[in-house]
Design a protein around this ligand. Structure first.
Ligand SMILES: NCc1[nH]cc(CCC(=O)O)c1CC(=O)O
Length: 308
């Protein structure tokens, strides 16, 4: 199916957060290329359809992105907007990340009805999250905590908290911010020492076909260089570890001048072992920094955690 000359079809999931993120991309495109028309195409992904199972049970990568990539490959859409943390580090050969938008604060927040921080939560409090990364790191600090699987989009998870299904939930700050949910009195930002973010958390990625040269050129204007460097190092780290969704992996890169600093960890889901380290290197070689840290952590015990 060929697109008409000046219409761009933008694929997105149908969740509130995905639509807000897509609107963010659209706003920039409309400002830069007002003579184009834009069509938003909502696409249901496996992760949207299978909502009653914890993600590791569904397994596989690209639960929230595969159908969007198929639509790109079939020419049904021209761009796919993703939360970059949901996009697998290995893309189909014909596709690429054409732009990453300026990153929101990548941290995780603890949301509770009382605003209690992690240290204030009652003994054996129930924490709602399906993320093994969040579970492992919080258990390392509070081994008494209980974790209840919490699927669904951000508003759904907040409703489960309000219904008393748990004492607190953990969400990405970026999702709350983009949805305009001001939970100031009910949330505490978790320090990176306590909870290192998911790879590329807080970043929005726009995926396109590599052959679409004109669109690749257009998207250069949307691409944020600092975010691009950070997520490139973080995604190289994750790719080199070969981690699936069954092993908690976290990483965060920061650019300081001409240096990129990367911190990363691999943990066991119970938080009893956390292999953690840092690497730095020139911003000219962000992938190498990610690979170097992955290699080091593998040798320091992460290999055992990953291969089970
Ligand atoms: N599939 C979950 C998902 N994917 C992206 C975000 C938050 C937005 C981001 O990280 O950019 C979330 C929700 C969460 O982790 O709280």
């Amino acid at each position: 199916m060929r697109r008409s000359k000046c219409c761009l079809r933008i694929g997105t999931r149908g969740s509130d957060l995905a639509l807000v993120q897509t609107e963010q991309v659209l706003q920039i495109l409309r400002e830069r290329w007002p003579h184009y028309t834009y069509e938003v195409v909502k696409i249901k992904t496996t992760g949207d359809k299978v909502r009653n199972l914890a993600l590791p049970r569904i397994g596989g990568k690209g639960l929230f992105t595969k159908e969007l990539e198929i639509a790109l490959l079939e020419g049904k859409i021209d761009l796919a907007v993703h939360s970059l943390k949901d996009l697998p580090t290995e893309l189909p050969e014909e596709l690429c990340v054409g732009a990453v938008l300026p990153r929101e604060h990548p941290g995780d927040v603890l949301v509770s009805l009382t605003g209690a921080g992690l240290e204030d939560l009652p003994e054996r409090a129930r924490i709602g999250t399906s993320s093994l990364r969040r579970q492992a790191q919080l258990k390392a600090v509070r081994p008494d905590l209980n974790f209840v699987s919490l699927r669904g989009n951000v508003p759904t998870r907040l409703r489960k908290l309000e219904r008393g299904e748990c004492e607190a939930i953990v969400l990405a700050w970026a999702g709350l911010k983009r949805l305009g949910l001001d939970l100031t009195r009910r949330m505490t930002l978790l320090s990176y020492k306590v909870c290192l973010p998911a790879v590329a958390q807080g970043a929005i990625g726009v995926e396109i076909r590599k052959e679409d040269r004109k669109l690749r050129k257009m998207l250069e204007a949307l691409d944020d260089p600092t975010t691009r460097l950070e997520v490139t190092a973080e995604r190289a780290f994750l790719r080199w570890l070969g981690g699936g969704c069954h092993v908690p992996i976290a990483a965060l890169a920061r650019v300081a001048g001409t240096e990129i600093l990367l911190e990363g960890l691999v943990a066991d889901p119970e938080g009893r072992r956390i292999i953690r380290g840092q690497e730095s290197g020139p911003t000219a070689y962000p992938e190498e920094v990610g690979i170097r840290l992955a290699e080091r952590l593998l040798q320091e015990g992460a290999e055992e955690l990953l291969r089970g």
